[in-house]
Design a binder for this molecule. Structure first.
Ligand code: GAP
Length: 508
Protein backbone atom coordinates (compact mmCIF):
# COMPACT_ATOMS: atom_id res chain seq x y z
CA UNK A 1 0.00 0.00 0.00
CA UNK A 2 1.24 3.46 -0.91
CA UNK A 3 0.32 6.40 1.29
CA UNK A 4 -1.39 9.38 -0.32
CA UNK A 5 1.47 11.90 -0.22
CA UNK A 6 3.85 9.38 -1.71
CA UNK A 7 1.29 8.38 -4.29
CA UNK A 8 1.31 11.71 -6.13
CA UNK A 9 5.13 11.68 -6.22
CA UNK A 10 5.11 8.12 -7.52
CA UNK A 11 2.54 8.93 -10.19
CA UNK A 12 4.63 11.92 -11.34
CA UNK A 13 7.81 9.80 -11.52
CA UNK A 14 6.01 6.93 -13.26
CA UNK A 15 4.38 9.30 -15.77
CA UNK A 16 7.80 10.61 -16.73
CA UNK A 17 9.57 7.26 -16.82
CA UNK A 18 6.97 5.64 -19.07
CA UNK A 19 6.21 8.48 -21.48
CA UNK A 20 2.86 9.71 -20.12
CA UNK A 21 3.66 13.28 -18.99
CA UNK A 22 6.81 15.43 -19.14
CA UNK A 23 7.49 18.87 -17.69
CA UNK A 24 7.19 21.42 -20.51
CA UNK A 25 10.54 22.60 -21.96
CA UNK A 26 12.40 20.31 -19.60
CA UNK A 27 15.76 20.78 -21.30
CA UNK A 28 15.58 24.46 -20.25
CA UNK A 29 14.72 23.44 -16.66
CA UNK A 30 11.00 23.46 -17.35
CA UNK A 31 8.20 26.01 -17.40
CA UNK A 32 6.03 26.18 -14.28
CA UNK A 33 2.53 24.72 -14.54
CA UNK A 34 2.86 23.60 -18.17
CA UNK A 35 3.16 19.95 -19.14
CA UNK A 36 3.66 17.90 -22.31
CA UNK A 37 1.92 14.60 -22.93
CA UNK A 38 4.27 11.90 -24.21
CA UNK A 39 3.69 8.91 -26.47
CA UNK A 40 1.38 7.04 -24.07
CA UNK A 41 -0.07 10.18 -22.46
CA UNK A 42 -1.41 11.46 -25.76
CA UNK A 43 -3.14 8.11 -26.44
CA UNK A 44 -4.80 8.06 -23.01
CA UNK A 45 -5.82 11.70 -23.39
CA UNK A 46 -7.30 11.07 -26.85
CA UNK A 47 -9.23 8.06 -25.51
CA UNK A 48 -10.69 10.14 -22.67
CA UNK A 49 -11.77 12.82 -25.15
CA UNK A 50 -13.27 10.22 -27.50
CA UNK A 51 -15.25 8.68 -24.61
CA UNK A 52 -16.64 12.10 -23.67
CA UNK A 53 -17.43 13.07 -27.28
CA UNK A 54 -19.20 9.78 -27.96
CA UNK A 55 -21.27 9.98 -24.80
CA UNK A 56 -22.18 13.68 -25.18
CA UNK A 57 -22.44 14.22 -28.96
CA UNK A 58 -22.80 10.87 -30.73
CA UNK A 59 -25.26 9.46 -28.16
CA UNK A 60 -27.51 12.54 -28.03
CA UNK A 61 -29.54 13.43 -31.10
CA UNK A 62 -29.97 16.96 -29.71
CA UNK A 63 -26.30 17.76 -28.97
CA UNK A 64 -23.86 18.88 -31.66
CA UNK A 65 -20.17 19.75 -31.63
CA UNK A 66 -18.10 22.89 -32.22
CA UNK A 67 -14.44 23.81 -32.52
CA UNK A 68 -14.16 27.57 -31.96
CA UNK A 69 -10.97 29.64 -32.15
CA UNK A 70 -8.95 30.27 -29.00
CA UNK A 71 -8.67 33.96 -29.87
CA UNK A 72 -11.96 35.81 -29.61
CA UNK A 73 -13.04 39.40 -30.03
CA UNK A 74 -11.94 41.25 -26.85
CA UNK A 75 -15.50 42.44 -26.16
CA UNK A 76 -16.44 38.78 -25.56
CA UNK A 77 -14.61 38.95 -22.24
CA UNK A 78 -16.20 42.25 -21.25
CA UNK A 79 -19.63 40.74 -21.93
CA UNK A 80 -18.87 37.50 -20.08
CA UNK A 81 -17.72 39.41 -17.01
CA UNK A 82 -14.19 37.99 -17.13
CA UNK A 83 -12.43 41.34 -17.57
CA UNK A 84 -14.06 42.74 -14.43
CA UNK A 85 -14.70 39.67 -12.31
CA UNK A 86 -12.37 36.79 -13.19
CA UNK A 87 -10.08 37.59 -10.31
CA UNK A 88 -8.50 35.78 -7.42
CA UNK A 89 -7.55 37.63 -4.24
CA UNK A 90 -3.82 37.21 -3.67
CA UNK A 91 -1.52 37.95 -0.75
CA UNK A 92 2.28 37.81 -0.49
CA UNK A 93 4.36 36.85 2.50
CA UNK A 94 7.04 39.55 2.87
CA UNK A 95 9.62 37.15 4.33
CA UNK A 96 9.37 34.15 2.03
CA UNK A 97 8.27 36.29 -0.97
CA UNK A 98 5.76 33.51 -1.70
CA UNK A 99 2.39 34.39 -3.20
CA UNK A 100 -0.84 32.72 -2.09
CA UNK A 101 -4.52 32.87 -2.89
CA UNK A 102 -5.92 34.57 0.18
CA UNK A 103 -9.15 32.54 0.15
CA UNK A 104 -7.18 29.28 -0.16
CA UNK A 105 -5.13 30.16 2.93
CA UNK A 106 -8.37 30.55 4.88
CA UNK A 107 -9.88 27.39 3.37
CA UNK A 108 -6.76 25.41 4.32
CA UNK A 109 -7.21 26.70 7.86
CA UNK A 110 -10.83 25.48 7.80
CA UNK A 111 -9.63 22.04 6.58
CA UNK A 112 -7.34 21.82 9.60
CA UNK A 113 -10.28 22.42 11.97
CA UNK A 114 -12.32 19.86 10.01
CA UNK A 115 -9.52 17.32 10.47
CA UNK A 116 -9.61 17.97 14.23
CA UNK A 117 -13.36 17.27 14.24
CA UNK A 118 -12.87 14.10 12.21
CA UNK A 119 -10.24 12.86 14.68
CA UNK A 120 -12.71 13.31 17.57
CA UNK A 121 -15.38 11.46 15.60
CA UNK A 122 -13.04 8.58 14.71
CA UNK A 123 -11.90 8.28 18.33
CA UNK A 124 -15.50 8.16 19.58
CA UNK A 125 -16.51 5.67 16.89
CA UNK A 126 -13.75 3.36 18.08
CA UNK A 127 -14.79 3.79 21.73
CA UNK A 128 -18.52 3.20 21.25
CA UNK A 129 -18.31 0.58 18.49
CA UNK A 130 -21.63 -0.52 16.92
CA UNK A 131 -23.69 1.72 19.23
CA UNK A 132 -22.05 4.90 17.88
CA UNK A 133 -24.47 7.52 16.58
CA UNK A 134 -22.29 9.94 14.59
CA UNK A 135 -25.02 12.52 13.98
CA UNK A 136 -25.86 12.76 17.67
CA UNK A 137 -22.17 12.92 18.58
CA UNK A 138 -21.54 15.76 16.14
CA UNK A 139 -24.53 17.67 17.52
CA UNK A 140 -23.72 17.26 21.22
CA UNK A 141 -19.99 16.86 21.80
CA UNK A 142 -18.89 20.29 23.14
CA UNK A 143 -15.48 20.35 21.39
CA UNK A 144 -16.99 19.31 18.06
CA UNK A 145 -19.84 21.81 18.37
CA UNK A 146 -17.42 24.61 19.25
CA UNK A 147 -15.14 23.81 16.29
CA UNK A 148 -18.11 23.54 13.93
CA UNK A 149 -19.30 26.98 15.06
CA UNK A 150 -15.80 28.33 14.46
CA UNK A 151 -15.92 26.98 10.88
CA UNK A 152 -19.35 28.48 10.21
CA UNK A 153 -18.18 31.85 11.50
CA UNK A 154 -15.01 31.83 9.35
CA UNK A 155 -16.97 30.80 6.24
CA UNK A 156 -19.52 33.55 6.80
CA UNK A 157 -16.78 36.17 7.11
CA UNK A 158 -14.81 34.84 4.12
CA UNK A 159 -17.69 34.45 1.67
CA UNK A 160 -19.33 37.78 2.46
CA UNK A 161 -15.97 39.57 2.15
CA UNK A 162 -15.31 37.80 -1.17
CA UNK A 163 -18.80 38.53 -2.45
CA UNK A 164 -18.51 42.25 -1.68
CA UNK A 165 -14.80 42.43 -2.59
CA UNK A 166 -13.85 43.70 0.88
CA UNK A 167 -10.15 42.85 0.51
CA UNK A 168 -9.17 44.51 3.83
CA UNK A 169 -11.59 42.20 5.63
CA UNK A 170 -10.02 39.12 4.02
CA UNK A 171 -6.62 40.29 5.30
CA UNK A 172 -8.12 40.95 8.75
CA UNK A 173 -9.53 37.41 8.76
CA UNK A 174 -6.08 35.97 7.94
CA UNK A 175 -4.60 38.02 10.79
CA UNK A 176 -7.35 37.12 13.26
CA UNK A 177 -6.89 33.42 12.51
CA UNK A 178 -3.12 33.87 12.99
CA UNK A 179 -2.41 32.10 9.70
CA UNK A 180 1.33 31.81 9.09
CA UNK A 181 3.18 31.36 5.79
CA UNK A 182 3.82 27.63 5.34
CA UNK A 183 7.34 28.43 4.06
CA UNK A 184 8.70 31.18 6.36
CA UNK A 185 6.37 30.54 9.29
CA UNK A 186 5.89 34.33 9.63
CA UNK A 187 2.67 36.40 9.66
CA UNK A 188 4.24 39.30 7.82
CA UNK A 189 1.64 39.71 5.03
CA UNK A 190 1.12 42.32 2.31
CA UNK A 191 -2.36 43.69 1.64
CA UNK A 192 -4.76 41.50 -0.33
CA UNK A 193 -4.97 42.48 -4.01
CA UNK A 194 -7.15 41.31 -6.90
CA UNK A 195 -5.34 39.47 -9.67
CA UNK A 196 -7.00 38.88 -13.06
CA UNK A 197 -6.40 35.35 -14.28
CA UNK A 198 -6.60 36.02 -18.02
CA UNK A 199 -3.47 35.97 -20.19
CA UNK A 200 -3.37 38.75 -22.74
CA UNK A 201 -1.37 39.35 -25.89
CA UNK A 202 -1.34 41.75 -28.85
CA UNK A 203 -2.99 40.98 -32.14
CA UNK A 204 -1.74 42.70 -35.31
CA UNK A 205 1.54 44.59 -35.79
CA UNK A 206 2.15 47.85 -34.00
CA UNK A 207 1.98 49.89 -37.21
CA UNK A 208 -1.50 48.55 -37.92
CA UNK A 209 -2.56 49.54 -34.43
CA UNK A 210 -2.41 46.37 -32.40
CA UNK A 211 -5.21 45.51 -30.02
CA UNK A 212 -5.09 43.65 -26.75
CA UNK A 213 -6.71 40.24 -26.90
CA UNK A 214 -7.00 37.39 -24.42
CA UNK A 215 -6.29 33.69 -24.48
CA UNK A 216 -9.66 32.20 -23.60
CA UNK A 217 -9.94 31.20 -19.91
CA UNK A 218 -12.86 28.85 -20.70
CA UNK A 219 -14.14 27.29 -23.93
CA UNK A 220 -17.75 28.10 -23.05
CA UNK A 221 -17.75 31.60 -24.56
CA UNK A 222 -16.93 30.15 -28.01
CA UNK A 223 -20.20 28.24 -27.68
CA UNK A 224 -22.27 31.24 -26.57
CA UNK A 225 -21.12 33.48 -29.41
CA UNK A 226 -21.95 30.69 -31.91
CA UNK A 227 -25.38 29.99 -30.40
CA UNK A 228 -27.28 31.66 -33.26
CA UNK A 229 -25.06 30.16 -36.00
CA UNK A 230 -25.62 26.63 -34.77
CA UNK A 231 -29.26 26.97 -33.77
CA UNK A 232 -30.16 28.34 -37.19
CA UNK A 233 -27.92 26.23 -39.49
CA UNK A 234 -28.58 23.04 -37.50
CA UNK A 235 -32.31 23.88 -37.13
CA UNK A 236 -31.94 22.99 -33.48
CA UNK A 237 -35.00 22.90 -31.23
CA UNK A 238 -34.84 23.69 -27.54
CA UNK A 239 -33.75 21.81 -25.47
CA UNK A 240 -30.46 21.26 -27.30
CA UNK A 241 -26.76 21.31 -26.54
CA UNK A 242 -23.44 22.39 -28.06
CA UNK A 243 -20.29 20.55 -27.01
CA UNK A 244 -16.66 21.52 -27.40
CA UNK A 245 -13.22 20.24 -26.43
CA UNK A 246 -10.33 22.69 -26.40
CA UNK A 247 -7.52 24.50 -24.67
CA UNK A 248 -8.08 27.13 -22.00
CA UNK A 249 -5.54 29.36 -20.27
CA UNK A 250 -5.43 30.84 -16.78
CA UNK A 251 -2.60 32.66 -15.08
CA UNK A 252 -3.15 30.69 -11.85
CA UNK A 253 -1.53 32.29 -8.81
CA UNK A 254 -0.80 28.98 -7.18
CA UNK A 255 -0.17 26.41 -9.87
CA UNK A 256 0.91 23.15 -8.28
CA UNK A 257 -0.02 19.53 -7.80
CA UNK A 258 1.18 18.33 -11.18
CA UNK A 259 -1.47 18.44 -13.94
CA UNK A 260 -4.25 19.26 -11.45
CA UNK A 261 -3.80 23.03 -11.76
CA UNK A 262 -2.04 24.26 -14.87
CA UNK A 263 -1.77 27.54 -16.71
CA UNK A 264 -2.58 25.86 -20.04
CA UNK A 265 -5.10 23.03 -19.87
CA UNK A 266 -7.92 21.42 -21.80
CA UNK A 267 -11.65 21.50 -21.12
CA UNK A 268 -14.61 19.45 -22.34
CA UNK A 269 -17.66 21.68 -22.04
CA UNK A 270 -21.29 21.37 -23.02
CA UNK A 271 -23.88 24.15 -22.90
CA UNK A 272 -27.45 22.89 -22.82
CA UNK A 273 -30.03 25.51 -23.88
CA UNK A 274 -33.42 25.22 -22.19
CA UNK A 275 -36.69 27.08 -21.61
CA UNK A 276 -36.52 29.68 -18.82
CA UNK A 277 -37.95 28.12 -15.68
CA UNK A 278 -36.92 24.60 -16.69
CA UNK A 279 -33.23 25.05 -15.93
CA UNK A 280 -33.24 23.45 -12.49
CA UNK A 281 -34.98 20.33 -13.82
CA UNK A 282 -32.23 20.01 -16.49
CA UNK A 283 -29.59 20.84 -13.93
CA UNK A 284 -30.66 17.79 -11.89
CA UNK A 285 -30.73 15.67 -15.07
CA UNK A 286 -27.16 16.61 -16.06
CA UNK A 287 -25.87 16.20 -12.52
CA UNK A 288 -26.98 12.57 -12.56
CA UNK A 289 -25.89 11.95 -16.16
CA UNK A 290 -22.42 13.28 -15.57
CA UNK A 291 -21.91 11.23 -12.41
CA UNK A 292 -23.01 8.16 -14.37
CA UNK A 293 -20.42 8.95 -17.07
CA UNK A 294 -17.68 8.81 -14.45
CA UNK A 295 -18.98 5.61 -12.86
CA UNK A 296 -19.35 3.91 -16.26
CA UNK A 297 -15.63 4.35 -16.76
CA UNK A 298 -15.10 1.52 -14.29
CA UNK A 299 -13.70 3.52 -11.37
CA UNK A 300 -15.63 2.74 -8.13
CA UNK A 301 -18.32 5.28 -7.22
CA UNK A 302 -16.80 5.65 -3.73
CA UNK A 303 -14.00 7.69 -5.38
CA UNK A 304 -16.47 10.42 -6.44
CA UNK A 305 -18.74 12.76 -4.53
CA UNK A 306 -20.89 15.83 -5.17
CA UNK A 307 -20.00 19.16 -3.61
CA UNK A 308 -22.48 22.03 -3.61
CA UNK A 309 -21.02 25.52 -4.16
CA UNK A 310 -21.54 27.87 -1.25
CA UNK A 311 -20.30 30.87 -3.21
CA UNK A 312 -21.86 31.00 -6.66
CA UNK A 313 -20.00 32.43 -9.67
CA UNK A 314 -21.31 35.71 -11.07
CA UNK A 315 -23.34 33.86 -13.73
CA UNK A 316 -24.85 30.90 -11.83
CA UNK A 317 -28.07 30.19 -9.89
CA UNK A 318 -27.03 26.66 -8.91
CA UNK A 319 -23.70 24.87 -9.02
CA UNK A 320 -22.34 21.49 -8.01
CA UNK A 321 -18.89 20.00 -8.46
CA UNK A 322 -18.12 16.36 -8.97
CA UNK A 323 -15.09 15.77 -6.78
CA UNK A 324 -12.61 12.92 -7.14
CA UNK A 325 -10.48 11.34 -4.47
CA UNK A 326 -7.09 12.51 -5.82
CA UNK A 327 -3.90 11.67 -3.89
CA UNK A 328 -4.21 15.12 -2.25
CA UNK A 329 -7.82 14.42 -1.16
CA UNK A 330 -11.27 15.02 -2.67
CA UNK A 331 -10.97 17.91 -5.19
CA UNK A 332 -12.99 19.34 -8.07
CA UNK A 333 -12.95 17.31 -11.26
CA UNK A 334 -16.04 18.65 -13.02
CA UNK A 335 -18.46 21.55 -12.57
CA UNK A 336 -22.18 21.48 -13.37
CA UNK A 337 -23.60 24.99 -13.42
CA UNK A 338 -26.98 26.50 -14.04
CA UNK A 339 -25.77 29.67 -15.81
CA UNK A 340 -29.22 31.26 -16.27
CA UNK A 341 -29.52 33.53 -19.33
CA UNK A 342 -26.58 35.63 -18.12
CA UNK A 343 -24.15 34.95 -20.99
CA UNK A 344 -26.55 35.08 -23.95
CA UNK A 345 -28.27 38.20 -22.58
CA UNK A 346 -24.97 39.90 -22.04
CA UNK A 347 -23.68 39.05 -25.55
CA UNK A 348 -26.99 40.34 -26.91
CA UNK A 349 -26.45 43.62 -25.10
CA UNK A 350 -22.77 44.08 -25.99
CA UNK A 351 -23.09 42.98 -29.66
CA UNK A 352 -26.41 44.65 -30.34
CA UNK A 353 -27.56 41.41 -32.06
CA UNK A 354 -30.81 39.82 -31.00
CA UNK A 355 -30.04 36.39 -29.49
CA UNK A 356 -33.44 34.80 -28.99
CA UNK A 357 -35.28 31.58 -29.67
CA UNK A 358 -38.81 31.43 -31.04
CA UNK A 359 -40.53 28.57 -29.23
CA UNK A 360 -43.33 27.28 -31.53
CA UNK A 361 -45.01 25.36 -28.70
CA UNK A 362 -45.27 28.43 -26.47
CA UNK A 363 -45.62 30.77 -29.44
CA UNK A 364 -43.16 33.22 -27.85
CA UNK A 365 -39.53 34.32 -28.10
CA UNK A 366 -37.07 34.26 -25.23
CA UNK A 367 -33.37 34.21 -24.39
CA UNK A 368 -32.69 30.55 -23.50
CA UNK A 369 -31.37 29.50 -20.10
CA UNK A 370 -28.23 27.40 -19.96
CA UNK A 371 -27.09 24.38 -17.99
CA UNK A 372 -23.36 23.76 -18.38
CA UNK A 373 -21.24 20.69 -17.78
CA UNK A 374 -17.52 21.50 -17.67
CA UNK A 375 -14.76 18.99 -17.06
CA UNK A 376 -10.97 19.19 -17.32
CA UNK A 377 -9.32 16.63 -19.60
CA UNK A 378 -6.11 16.83 -17.56
CA UNK A 379 -7.88 16.30 -14.24
CA UNK A 380 -9.72 13.29 -15.69
CA UNK A 381 -6.34 12.00 -16.84
CA UNK A 382 -4.96 12.42 -13.30
CA UNK A 383 -8.05 10.71 -11.86
CA UNK A 384 -7.49 7.71 -14.15
CA UNK A 385 -3.80 7.52 -13.20
CA UNK A 386 -4.68 7.82 -9.50
CA UNK A 387 -7.10 4.91 -9.76
CA UNK A 388 -4.82 2.86 -12.00
CA UNK A 389 -1.46 3.12 -10.22
CA UNK A 390 -0.99 -0.13 -8.30
CA UNK A 391 2.03 -1.67 -6.64
CA UNK A 392 1.72 -5.42 -6.21
CA UNK A 393 3.73 -8.05 -4.42
CA UNK A 394 3.57 -11.28 -6.39
CA UNK A 395 3.51 -14.85 -5.12
CA UNK A 396 7.13 -15.44 -6.08
CA UNK A 397 8.17 -12.49 -3.89
CA UNK A 398 8.85 -10.12 -6.80
CA UNK A 399 7.06 -6.78 -7.20
CA UNK A 400 5.38 -5.09 -10.11
CA UNK A 401 3.84 -1.69 -10.83
CA UNK A 402 0.74 -2.14 -12.93
CA UNK A 403 -1.44 0.62 -14.33
CA UNK A 404 -4.96 -0.80 -14.06
CA UNK A 405 -6.31 1.70 -16.58
CA UNK A 406 -9.85 0.80 -17.69
CA UNK A 407 -9.01 -1.24 -20.84
CA UNK A 408 -11.10 0.90 -23.21
CA UNK A 409 -8.95 3.90 -22.21
CA UNK A 410 -5.56 2.12 -22.23
CA UNK A 411 -2.97 3.76 -24.52
CA UNK A 412 -2.03 0.41 -26.06
CA UNK A 413 -4.63 -2.34 -26.34
CA UNK A 414 -2.37 -5.25 -27.22
CA UNK A 415 1.35 -5.99 -27.29
CA UNK A 416 2.52 -8.66 -29.72
CA UNK A 417 5.65 -10.41 -28.48
CA UNK A 418 7.61 -13.22 -30.16
CA UNK A 419 9.10 -15.44 -27.45
CA UNK A 420 12.51 -15.52 -29.17
CA UNK A 421 14.10 -13.57 -32.03
CA UNK A 422 14.48 -16.60 -34.34
CA UNK A 423 12.81 -19.72 -35.76
CA UNK A 424 10.28 -17.65 -37.73
CA UNK A 425 8.56 -16.33 -34.57
CA UNK A 426 9.18 -12.62 -35.27
CA UNK A 427 7.67 -12.99 -38.78
CA UNK A 428 4.57 -14.70 -37.40
CA UNK A 429 4.23 -12.08 -34.65
CA UNK A 430 4.59 -9.25 -37.18
CA UNK A 431 1.75 -10.79 -39.25
CA UNK A 432 -0.55 -10.71 -36.18
CA UNK A 433 0.57 -7.15 -35.35
CA UNK A 434 -0.16 -5.99 -38.91
CA UNK A 435 -3.72 -7.34 -38.70
CA UNK A 436 -4.54 -6.04 -35.22
CA UNK A 437 -3.10 -2.55 -35.80
CA UNK A 438 -5.88 -1.86 -38.31
CA UNK A 439 -8.36 -1.69 -35.39
CA UNK A 440 -6.33 -1.12 -32.23
CA UNK A 441 -3.30 0.73 -31.02
CA UNK A 442 -0.79 -2.12 -30.75
CA UNK A 443 2.84 -2.53 -29.79
CA UNK A 444 5.47 -4.91 -31.15
CA UNK A 445 8.62 -5.83 -29.23
CA UNK A 446 11.19 -8.60 -29.44
CA UNK A 447 13.99 -7.30 -27.20
CA UNK A 448 14.63 -8.63 -23.63
CA UNK A 449 13.18 -11.59 -21.75
CA UNK A 450 9.44 -12.14 -21.99
CA UNK A 451 9.09 -11.39 -18.23
CA UNK A 452 10.68 -7.95 -18.65
CA UNK A 453 8.49 -7.22 -21.64
CA UNK A 454 5.34 -8.14 -19.65
CA UNK A 455 6.41 -5.77 -16.84
CA UNK A 456 6.89 -2.90 -19.28
CA UNK A 457 3.40 -3.46 -20.69
CA UNK A 458 1.96 -3.64 -17.14
CA UNK A 459 3.61 -0.28 -16.45
CA UNK A 460 1.79 1.41 -19.34
CA UNK A 461 -1.48 -0.40 -18.70
CA UNK A 462 -1.70 -2.66 -21.78
CA UNK A 463 -4.61 -5.05 -21.09
CA UNK A 464 -3.38 -7.86 -23.39
CA UNK A 465 -0.01 -9.38 -24.23
CA UNK A 466 -0.05 -11.83 -27.12
CA UNK A 467 2.92 -14.18 -27.12
CA UNK A 468 4.00 -16.10 -30.19
CA UNK A 469 5.98 -19.25 -29.31
CA UNK A 470 7.13 -22.42 -31.04
CA UNK A 471 3.70 -24.04 -30.71
CA UNK A 472 2.31 -21.15 -32.78
CA UNK A 473 4.21 -22.36 -35.83
CA UNK A 474 2.69 -25.85 -35.37
CA UNK A 475 -1.00 -25.13 -34.59
CA UNK A 476 -1.58 -21.39 -35.18
CA UNK A 477 -2.29 -20.66 -31.51
CA UNK A 478 -0.84 -17.99 -29.23
CA UNK A 479 -1.08 -17.20 -25.53
CA UNK A 480 -3.02 -14.16 -24.39
CA UNK A 481 -1.96 -12.78 -21.01
CA UNK A 482 -4.44 -10.61 -19.15
CA UNK A 483 -2.88 -7.63 -17.37
CA UNK A 484 -4.69 -7.61 -14.00
CA UNK A 485 -4.98 -11.35 -13.29
CA UNK A 486 -1.79 -12.23 -15.22
CA UNK A 487 -3.56 -15.42 -16.34
CA UNK A 488 -2.62 -16.82 -19.72
CA UNK A 489 -4.90 -18.58 -22.11
CA UNK A 490 -4.02 -20.38 -25.34
CA UNK A 491 -6.26 -19.34 -28.21
CA UNK A 492 -6.22 -19.67 -31.94
CA UNK A 493 -4.97 -16.66 -33.87
CA UNK A 494 -8.30 -16.01 -35.58
CA UNK A 495 -10.00 -15.51 -32.15
CA UNK A 496 -7.66 -12.76 -30.92
CA UNK A 497 -9.54 -9.83 -32.44
CA UNK A 498 -12.94 -10.87 -31.07
CA UNK A 499 -11.54 -11.56 -27.57
CA UNK A 500 -10.05 -8.06 -27.44
CA UNK A 501 -13.14 -6.44 -28.87
CA UNK A 502 -15.49 -8.17 -26.36
CA UNK A 503 -13.39 -7.10 -23.43
CA UNK A 504 -13.11 -3.51 -24.61
CA UNK A 505 -16.85 -3.19 -25.14
CA UNK A 506 -17.64 -3.83 -21.49
CA UNK A 507 -16.39 -0.68 -19.82
CA UNK A 508 -16.77 -1.81 -16.22
N1 GAP B 1 -16.98 27.20 -18.07
C1 GAP B 1 -16.98 26.95 -16.68
C2 GAP B 1 -15.65 26.74 -16.15
O1 GAP B 1 -14.64 26.97 -16.80
P1 GAP B 1 -14.39 25.98 -13.97
O2 GAP B 1 -14.92 25.27 -12.75
O3 GAP B 1 -13.58 27.20 -13.78
O4 GAP B 1 -15.67 26.25 -14.87
C3 GAP B 1 -14.12 23.72 -15.26
O5 GAP B 1 -13.54 24.91 -14.83
C4 GAP B 1 -13.15 22.57 -15.14
O6 GAP B 1 -11.93 22.88 -15.82
C5 GAP B 1 -12.71 22.25 -13.71
O7 GAP B 1 -13.65 21.42 -13.06
C6 GAP B 1 -11.39 21.56 -13.93
O8 GAP B 1 -11.57 20.19 -14.22
C7 GAP B 1 -10.84 22.27 -15.15
N2 GAP B 1 -9.86 23.30 -14.76
C8 GAP B 1 -10.11 24.56 -14.35
N3 GAP B 1 -8.97 25.22 -14.09
C9 GAP B 1 -7.96 24.35 -14.34
C10 GAP B 1 -6.53 24.43 -14.26
N4 GAP B 1 -5.92 25.55 -13.91
N5 GAP B 1 -5.81 23.32 -14.59
C11 GAP B 1 -6.42 22.18 -14.97
N6 GAP B 1 -7.75 22.05 -15.07
C12 GAP B 1 -8.53 23.12 -14.75
Amino acid sequence: MVNNEDKLKKIIAHSKEYGFVFQSSEIYDGLAAAYDYGQYGVELKNNIKAYWWKSMVQNHENIVGLDAAIFMHPTTWKASGHVDAFNDPMIDNKDSKKRYRADVLVEDHISKIESKIQKEVDKAAKRFGEAFDEKQFRETNPRVVQNQEKIEDIKKRLYSAMEEERLDDIKKLIEDLEIACPVSGSRNWTDVRQFNLMFSTEMGSLSEGASKIYLRPETAQGIFVNYLNIQKTGRMKIPFGIAQIGKAFRNEIVARQFIFRMREFEQMEMQFFVRPGEELKWFEYWKEQRMKWHEDMGIPSSEYRFHEHEKLAHYANAAFDIEFNFPMGFKELEGIHSRTDFDLKSHQEFSGKKIQYFDPELNESYVPYVVETSIGVDRTFLAVLTFAYTEEKLEDGSERVVMKIPPFLSPVKAAVLPLVKKDGLPEKAMEIFDTLKQDYMCFYEEKDSIGKRYRRQDAIGTPYCITVDHQTTEDNTVTIRERDSMTQERVSIDKIASIISDRLKSKK
